[in-house]
Design a protein around this ligand. Structure first.
Ligand SMILES: Nc1ncnc2c1ncn2[C@@H]1O[C@H](COP(=O)(O)OP(=O)(O)OP(=O)(O)O)[C@@H](O)[C@H]1O
Length: 340
């Protein structure tokens, strides 16, 4: 049974639907990703799930409860990751763990939790002195301290170096394997592809696709990439015949290294081989690969922030606006969208 159900949720700011009829459900025990470009409405959506924002229309249920009307009960079920600005710089790791444990009726013992998250030798360190990866591990610990059934992680690995990001991914998998459902908001295709059981791609306030990572890839046009070095350059009519093969989305003529690339489907392979045999061309270094989630994302949304584009994006650097305790939503999102 679904542990989170979001049905037709709408949120309007200044006459603009920033969340425009979003629906999805999250099954118990999965890592469910919400992926989308800047300002797509991801944070607004998950804050409706957390009961931090009130939808203008639609319903949200967390384990059957309304996150606004049953806020206290939902808070006990759902551990949310803090934003950096929400923790005092001078607080030590131990103080933060003790403080947050005291907020819950039945917290887990924070010592083994700190140990599991590699924080034991940092217990006396002040928050401001922790590295980016250590801060994120502390946020995960604080999100888990109330022994939640669901944990919401929003842009957890933004700003981390590749090693710290991979360490964090391992922790997120361990959390899922311990039976906790994970709702993960991310910009990073690689992160979504590697971690998520299913992904909702949100663009301009709407769910444009919802599937497993490989399902999303298969859905995009030209999901199979065929590349080879033809034994001689193809003529213009031959390139036209390649483009007309079943399943071909695009043909890129040989580059400087002589490599010709087709974005196509698995059904293209046999007719391609036949055509090449017919015109007397051999295919050297033939490679058949799956397109990346990155390319599928571009195809699904018509734009594509890549991990690198967004590596410097700091969601905590945004100033607060009228609603939402995280200070996430700011005009900076709009600027990013206009720039995109
Ligand atoms: N309280 C608010 N007042 C006015 N506009 C808001 C408010 N909260 C969010 N918005 C706008 O709603 C849109 C969606 O914001 P949201 O933070 O949900 O997007 P996001 O997909 O999480 O983006 P990012 O990946 O950049 O964090 C943005 O254009 C944002 O400026």
């Amino acid at each position: 049974m679904a542990i989170i159900e979001v049905n037709g949720v709408r949120k309007t700011y200044a006459g603009r639907d920033v969340v425009d009829g979003v629906s999805f459900s999250v099954e118990r025990g999965e890592i469910f990703g919400i992926l989308g470009p800047n300002g797509a409405g991801k944070t607004t959506t998950v804050e409706c799930v957390e009961g931090l924002r009130v939808p203008d229309a639609g319903t949200v249920r967390v384990a059957g409860l309304d996150p606004v009307a049953d806020h206290d009960r939902v808070t006990r079920l759902l551990g949310a990751q803090l934003q950096e600005s929400e923790l005092q710089a001078r607080l030590t790791v131990r103080e933060a763990l003790e403080l947050y444990a005291a907020l819950y009726p039945a917290p887990v013992d924070w010592r083994p939790l700190a140990d599991r998250l590699g924080l034991t030798d940092r217990l006396s360190t002040r928050f401001a002195k922790l590295s980016g990866g250590q801060k994120q591990r502390l946020f995960i610990a604080l999100a888990l301290i109330g022994d939640p059934e669901i944990v919401v992680l929003d842009e957890l690995t933004t700003g981390l170096d590749p090693r710290a990001r991979r360490d964090t991914w391992k922790l997120i998998e361990e959390i899922r394997d311990s039976g906790v459902t994970v709702l993960l908001v991310t910009h990073f295709m690689e992160e979504a592809q590697r971690l998520c059981d299913r992904i909702a791609v949100i663009d301009r306030g709407r769910v444009v696709a919802l599937d497993t990572p490989s399902g999303l890839i298969r859905r995009s046009t030209g999901s199979t990439v065929l590349s080879f070095v033809p034994s001689r350059p193809p003529t213009a009519p031959e390139l036209d015949r390649l483009a007309a093969l079943p399943g071909v989305a695009t043909v890129t003529p040989p580059d400087a290294a002589g490599v010709l690339v087709l974005h196509a489907t698995d059904d293209t392979v046999t007719p391609l081989i036949s055509l090449l045999a017919e015109v007397g061309v051999t295919a050297q270094r033939l490679r058949i690969t799956e397109t990346s989630l990155d390319e599928a994302f571009l195809d699904l949304t018509g734009e594509g922030p890549t991990g690198e584009d967004l590596a410097g994006h700091d969601p905590t650097g945004h100033g607060p606006t009228g609603e939402g305790p995280t200070g996430h939503a700011t005009a900076a999102h709009d600027l990013t969208r206009q720039d995109a």
